[in-house]
Design a protein around this ligand. Sequence first.
Ligand code: SF4
Length: 227
Amino acid sequence: MQITEIYKSLQGESTYAGLPCVFVRLTGCNLRCSWCDSEYTFQGGHKMAVEEVRNEVRHLSPLGGLVEITGGEPMLQEREVVPLMQRLLEDSYTVLLETSGERPLERVPAAVIKIVDVKCPNSGEADTFRMENLETLASRDEIKFVLSGRADYEFARDFTERHRLAERVNAVLFSPAFSKDAAGARDSSHCLLDPQELAEWMIADNVRARLGLQLHKFIWDPALKGV
Ligand code: SF4
């Protein structure tokens, strides 16, 4: 499979935020979200066999723990990424899969925790979520909406209610988008939607979702890769 990078850091998003985690970042994406901070994954990378990736994960985290399969869009390499996830589960890792949900998710092993990033209007990739994937979601999975304005918030709020997401999954996450050109200050000034404003909307509507901030952008310089 084509790999951009494998590294160990802290998980920055989801209900697993703050935990040490190995990231396996695959190359390539079929979407072009306006605020994407992973454009460096669109091309390049290097080929690695499933066993080579497995060995690198073992090297970085020999005592087990959390592994996130991310990208890019990892499910574009389904033929190899599904066996990789199976091997990592056999090695007793907790495996997270970060995906846009544009590709079919039926073949993802049941024990993998899917974190599905449903695209909102301002991303420029609205309506790319494959609705059949709702049926693949289970109580361990999480759905994330990255928001950069009121239209995104209303889309996420209405989608959450219409499809009863809070009853389907472990967590529904509303997360302010971060400027992809952010550098220097490690604070919310780089958020494209003020977290305080988002919090006030969520409280007013009593939404069944939790506010999520990208923890790693507040720990390290937002321009830093591989953290
Ligand atoms: S799906 Fe993810 S990697 Fe692909 S363009 Fe959107 S944010 Fe970037």
